[in-house]
Ligand binder design. Sequence first.
Ligand SMILES: [Zn+2]
Length: 319
Amino acid sequence: MRRPIRSRGKKTLSLERNEKHRAGEGSVCVESEIEHERNQHTDTMQLKTILNHVEKQKGFVYTDARFSDDQSQILVTLKPHARSRPVCSGCRKKRLGYDTRPVRRFEFVPLWAIPVIFLCAMRRVNCPDCGVKVEWLPWADGKHQSTHSYRIFLASWAKRLNWKETAAIFGTSWDTVYRAVDWVVRWGLVHREIGEIEAIGVDEIAYRRGHKCITLVYQIDSYFCRLLYVARDRTEQSLRGFFSTVSASSIESLRFVCTDMWKQYMNVIAEHASGAVHILDRYHVMKKFGDKLNQVRAEEARQMKAGAQELTMVPAETS
Ligand SMILES: [Zn+2]
């Protein structure tokens, strides 16, 4: 039998008090009883109260919180306010309701490691601009099963643990963690402000045993360092993507660009940031210097060897 979560808690508390009373502890536990009565409001706090405290849903109310039949999940029902009109997911305007779809499930942040599922029968609107559309929800994208809060929760843990561990600890799939991180990163890219940049560093890293490369562009200002851009390969096209992503004012503010001596990068820097000082990576300069020195040394050794052979071939003068 499914009981509201509050009534389950209340029953447990009442049983404890009755057992104490039967055992004759009532008189000696007066102070604790008074304390208990004082805290009764806290003891009987409903899950709905907690949810309203952490995340009110505009236009909706939490009507019911209960365990699933197998006690493995907490099911929370959300219903629209009686007089609220649904919001069109196409234009985000309040519209007249059209019909109501079957109940859908949305994963919320787990409580005490118990999965929390929001249940909501979404309405459809009859929008004069967009036609018949499903309503916009404040807690999730209509197409996705995870709530925004759950995605942010998973993505924040995925920064500390690897994705497989995050999925295992919170009882979800690797795909769900991947989608959460992807969603958060995309949101960040759309809403980030790059502003003025004084210095960037361009580098590449190899993956798949060195067979493939990706191009990375970092902001390396003395006051702020961050990864700005990632692209496949290390072609001119890879780096051009960075300059087409950032604003013209960000490019104009560039004073220093650091790269290795990869010709393709140098071409693009000359094309887009000719006003900035181009600083070449010391490691690569020294490597080129060492390579050239070796080449000269080998050439001279070859010449000396050839000269020595010529000397030995000159016939000795007879007296
Ligand atoms: Zn609309």
